[in-house]
Design a protein around this ligand. Structure first.
Ligand code: UDP
Length: 310
């Protein structure tokens, strides 16, 4: 069972598990997800979709081997617009699904995040770092929901013996990102393609490390099938400033757009880069897709999407 199944990562996970021959129960309340992302799977007999909000009591008939909780608004402007839903899906939703995992004796995986490290004072971030989060800032609704989600999941592991996986996902990109989700890559690609100015927040010196979606899904799949219960960072350690990202995209698109600077959002992390030593040691995983290749595939996707008039 996959929650957030009609979202960016959820839909790619559905594809992966269907390709591996699993039966997939997909759940989504379509708050930020889109049926377009899973329309191709709906006719398949091993795939079923429930339009449902997991912050309410969840019942699923029959056995379940794995529950992957990937439902949540996930971009800064989404969780600013939907702060209460963001808090609820990470807390109440996680609690409901842990209850389901307990009844079904299922392995329970949560999509945690590099945001648990907040605006980090340790660089790069390894899993033993506890983070620097402002609980009442604009990102607090997401960061604290995810931190609570980890705490609740670990408590069910320790107290009820639930088999758990905690993946801390760093910035990921690729097809099926929403063009208007406000994140840097969809914003820059769509602006460059439309010939609009690229909106770099602050001076653009803040860094991120972008992982292509196929690499991320492979890491998640390997972690799920491991027996490792502590958090694991999955992301690409190739760090770049946001200003450089904007310039790379301008060059790739061959656009005449200019870069304009806008106010830096409150609590915007200054740096972010995963230490992936643990994933390398435990899963024998590391990202394979270069930024050049990943950006090119993503550019093709956005070009097609914008051509369709989305
Ligand atoms: N950013 C930007 N222009 C945009 C959108 C984002 O300069 O139009 C910056 C944002 O301030 C942050 C970085 O790009 O420093 C990555 O933002 P994103 O929303 O993609 O994800 P975050 O890592 O902040 O959650």
């Amino acid at each position: 069972m996959i929650t957030g199944a009609a979202g960016f990562l959820g839909s790619h996970l559905c594809d992966r598990f269907m390709n591996e021959g699993y039966e997939v129960i997909a759940m989504d309340n379509l708050l930020t997800g889109s049926m377009d992302n899973i329309a191709h799977l709906l006719p398949l007999p091993k795939f079923s979709f429930y339009h449902y909000d997991v912050t309410k009591y969840v019942h699923v008939p029959g056995p379940l081997d794995f529950i992957l909780h990937f439902a949540s608004p996930a971009s800064p402007i989404d969780y600013l617009k939907m702060p209460i839903q963001t808090l609820k899906v990470g807390s109440l939703g996680t609690h409901n699904l842990l209850g389901l995992a307990r009844v079904k004796k299922a392995t329970f995986m949560i999509a945690s995040t590099s945001e648990v490290y907040g605006d980090p004072l340790v660089h790069p971030q390894n899993e033993d770092y506890w983070g620097n989060v402002n609980p009442i800032g604009p990102r607090g609704v997401y960061d604290e929901a995810k931190r609570f989600q980890e705490a609740m999941t670990m408590a069910y592991h320790n107290y009820h013996g639930i088999d758990i996986r905690i993946v801390r996902i760093f910035n990921t990109y690729g097809s099926r990102m929403r063009i208007d989700d406000g994140r840097a890559l969809p914003a820059f690609f769509s602006q460059a393609i439309r010939g609009e100015d690229l909106t770099v927040f602050g001076d653009g010196a803040q860094t991120r490390s972008f992982c292509f979606v196929d690499d991320l899904i492979e890491g998640v799949f390997l972690l799920l099938h491991s027996d490792y219960n502590l958090p694991v960072n999955i992301g690409n350690p190739n760090e770049i400033s946001i200003r450089e990202v904007a310039m790379e995209i301008l060059e790739m698109v061959g656009s005449n757009s200019r870069i304009v600077h806008m106010d830096l959002p409150e609590d915007d992390p200054k740096v972010r880069k995963p230490d992936i030593t643990r994933a390398k040691n435990i899963l024998n995983w590391e990202p394979k897709v270069s930024r050049e290749e990943g950006f090119r595939k993503t550019y093709e996707y956005f070009k097609k999407k914008l051509g369709e008039g989305d």
